[in-house]
Design a protein around this ligand. Sequence first.
Ligand code: ACO
Length: 324
Amino acid sequence: MSVLRAAPLGCGAYLPERVVENAAFAQRLDTSDEWIVARTGIRRRHFAAEGELTSDLAIAAARRALADAGIEGSAVDAIILATSTPDHTFPSTATKVQHALGAGGFAFDIQAVCAGFVFALATADALIRGGQARTVLVIGAETFSRILDWEDRGTCVLFGDGAGALVLTATFGDGGPQDRGVLATCLHSEGAHRDILHVDGGPSSTQTTGKLRMMGREVFKHAVHKLAEVAEETMAKADVRPEDIDWVVPHQANIRIIESTAKRAGVAMEKVIVTVEDHGNTSAASIPLALSRAVGDGRIRRGDLLLMEAIGGGLAWGGAILRW
Ligand code: ACO
C-alpha cells in the first residue's frame, strides 16, 4: 500500500564562534574540569555573542540545510522551530526565519524544551502525511546562555548555544520499514513533574524572562527510565528491532544518560552519535546538531535507520524512527 512519508532532503547546523572550556567555570565557581567531565561528559560548549540571537543561529543552520537539500527557501512551505529561548515572547522566531529565507506557507514555534526537536519532527511528519505541507523545514535553535544563573554550578556548566535544521519532503513509500523518511514517532508529557526543571519567570507570571532551575538528580532518574521506555515503544511502533538500528541520535544532556539509554535499548555505544563533549546540552538543537555532524562526516548514509530520543522540561519526552 502506497503511503505518504516525510523523507529527509538535507540537514545543516550552526554553532556560535565563542567556545568556552570547563576551565573557565573552575576559575570563578567551586567546580572543576574533572567533576564536569566525570558527571556529564561535557568538556566545552559554544556561547552566542552579544547581540547574536536564536533567530541568527536558526537562519544560519537553515541556510546550510537548504544548501544540503539543494533547494531555495521559496520551496519551503512550512517552518517549525523548536525553541525555549525565542527572540521575543511573540511573534514566533520561526516567522523571522521565514522572512529571512524568503519562504512562503506558514511558520510557528514549538516549545517542548529539550524534547522540542522530536516534537517538531512529529508535527512535521503529521503535516506532510495529512497533506497540509509538502516541504517542511524543522529547526532546533537555542541560546540557553541567556537563561542561565551563572552562580549556580549545578546548571550553568551544563548548557550551550547552537542550532540545527532538517528539510523533510513528501515522498511515497510502500508503508514498510524499508521506506525512507519518518517511520514512527511517540510523544509524552507529564505536567506533574514540571517543577523539577523549569525557568522561574515568564510574561504572565513575573513579567521577566527568569533563570533555569533544575533538580538534577530527579531529572536524571526520569531521563534514564523514560528514554529507555520511549526507545522501546518507538521501535515497536515502527516494527523494527534494536539490531536493525544503524545509529542512535540522542538528545545530548549527559553521557551517563546516553550510555544508560543505549544499553537499556539494546544498542551498542559504537552506534550512538555523541557530541555532548563539544556542545554541552543545547536543548532542542542537540539532536539536529548531532545529526548534521554525523551526516557531514559520512557516518550516517542514505538508507540508514536512525533512532532519536529526547527528554526535557515539562516533563516532555519522545522518540522517532527515521530512515535516512
Ligand atoms: N561542580 C562540582 N560539584 C557540583 C557541581 C559542579 N558543577 N554541580 C553540582 N555539584 C555537587 C552538588 O552540589 C552535590 O554536592 P553535595 O553532595 O554536597 O550536595 C554533588 O555535586 C552531587 O550532586 P548531584 O546533583 O547528585 O550530582 P549528579 O551526579 O546527579 O550530577 C547532574 C548532576 C550532572 C546535573 C545530573 O544530575 C544530570 O545530568 N541530570 C540530568 C540533567 C538533564 O538530563 N537534563 C535534561 C533535560 S535539560 C532541559 O530540558 C532544559
